[in-house]
Design a protein around this ligand. Structure first.
Ligand SMILES: NC(=O)c1ccc[n+]([C@@H]2O[C@H](COP(=O)([O-])OP(=O)(O)OC[C@H]3O[C@@H](n4cnc5c(N)ncnc54)[C@H](OP(=O)(O)O)[C@@H]3O)[C@@H](O)[C@H]2O)c1
Length: 273
C-alpha cells in the first residue's frame, strides 16, 4: 500500500494497537518492517506476528530510529514508558499517538527526542475496520510524514485531518465518544418500542437492526448527507414525519446533542495534559 513506512514500531498492542497492526498487514505492510513492543502480547497477536514475520519485544537497542513510532498505550502508562520510547525515537522519526488526552506538548515534554508528532483520536468501530480518526500534526511534521500518518490511520477506517490541535477535543466529543451515543439511541428506541406495546426482546432486535442498517446505508452512500437520507425516507404527513416533528422540535434531539457534545468537549479539555 502507498505511503506505508519502511520501518515502524508499535508501542502497545492492545485493542486499538492490535486492530491497527492487523489493518496494516491486511493492506500489505511488510511484516518484517514492523516491530511490536508490548509487555504481555496476547496469543492472537503472537499468532498474527508469527504469520507475518513481525518482531515482538526484540532485545533493547536492537531497534532504533524507525520511520514511525506509533504510541497505542494507555495515557496513564506514558510516564513510565517514556524513557524507553525516547531511546527509540530518532531525529527523523514520526511519532503518532492515539493516546486520549495527551497533547502534542505533553508528548514532546515526556519524550524530548520527539519532534514530528501527530496526535490522533480514533474510535471503537476501528475494531471492525469502520472507525473514524481525526488527527492534528505538530509544525515539524513534513508533508510526506502527513501522508504516512494518514495511510497508517486509514487502515482502521476513515481518516480526517483537523487544522488545529485544540479541535481534537471536539473530535473526541463527536466521534471518539460518539459510538456510545448511537448505542444509547438504540436503547432508547427499544424502550420506546416497549412503551408502544412490543415485547422487550423484539423491541431491542428491531431497534438494533435499524441502527445497524441505517449506519450501513450511510457508510455505503458517503456522498448523500444524513439530512438528505432522512428526507428521502420521510413522506409529508406520514408516520416518520410525525416522529420527526417531536425529535426536531424546540426540545428535540439537536439542542440535547449540542449540550451533550459541549459537555464531552469540556471534559476532554479538563482531562488533557
Ligand atoms: N479503545 C478506544 O476506543 C480508544 C479510542 C480512542 C483512543 N484510544 C486510545 O488508544 C490507546 C490504547 O487503548 P486500548 O483500548 O487499545 O488499550 P489497551 O487494550 O489496554 O492497550 C494498551 C496496550 O499497551 C500495553 N502496554 C502497557 N504498558 C506498555 C509499555 N510500557 N510499553 C508497551 N506496551 C505497553 C498494554 O499491555 P497490558 O495490557 O499488559 O498492560 C496493552 O496491551 C489509549 O491511549 C486510548 O486512550 C482508545
Amino acid at each position: 500500500m502507498a505511503n506505508m513506512p519502511s520501518s515502524i514500531v508499535l508501542v502497545g498492542a492492545g485493542k486499538m494497537g492490535g486492530a491497527m497492526l492487523q489493518g496494516w498487514l491486511s493492506l500489505g505492510l511488510n511484516g518484517a518492517s514492523a516491530t511490536v513492543i508490548d509487555p504481555y502480547p496476547s496469543a492472537e497477536l503472537n499468532a498474527l506476528a508469527a504469520r507475518h514475520g513481525v518482531r515482538i519485544n526484540p532485545p533493547e537497542g536492537s531497534v532504533s530510529a524507525p520511520e514511525v513510532v506509533l504510541l497505542a498505550i494507555k495515557p496513564q502508562t506514558l510516564d513510565a514508558a517514556a524513557p524507553d520510547i525516547g531511546k527509540l525515537v530518532g531525529p527523523d522519526t514520526l511519532v503518532v499517538s492515539i493516546m486520549a488526552g495527551k497533547t502534542i506538548a505533553n508528548i514532546a515534554s515526556r519524550i524530548p527526542s520527539a519532534r514530528a508528532v501527530v496526535r490522533a483520536m480514533p474510535n471503537t468501530p476501528a475494531a471492525v475496520g469502520r472507525g473514524i480518526t481525526g488527527a492534528a500534526a505538530s509544525a515539524a511534521v513534513t508533508p510526506a510524514q502527513r501522508e504516512t500518518a494518514a495511510a497508517l490511520l486509514s487502515a482502521i477506517g476513515r481518516f480526517e485531518w483537523v487544522p488545529t490541535e485544540d479541535l481534537i477535543d471536539a473530535v473526541t466529543a463527536v466521534s471518539g465518544s460518539g459510538p456510545a451515543y448511537v448505542f444509547l439511541l438504540a436503547e432508547c428506541m427499544a424502550k420506546a418500542g416497549v412503551a408502544a406495546g412490543l415485547p422487550p426482546d423484539l423491541a431491542e432486535r428491531l431497534a438494533r437492526a435499524t441502527v445497524e442498517g441505517a449506519g450501513e446505508l450511510m457508510w455505503r452512500d458517503a456522498t448523500t448527507g444524513p439530512a438528505q437520507l432522512r428526507k428521502n425516507v420521510t413522506s409529508p404527513g406520514g408516520t416518520t414525519a410525525a416522529a420527526l416533528d417531536v425529535l426536531m422540535g424546540p426540545d428535540g434531539l439537536e439542542p440535547l446533542m449540542t449540550r451533550a457534545i459541549a459537555a464531552a468537549k469540556q471534559r476532554g479539555r479538563d482531562l488533557s495534559g
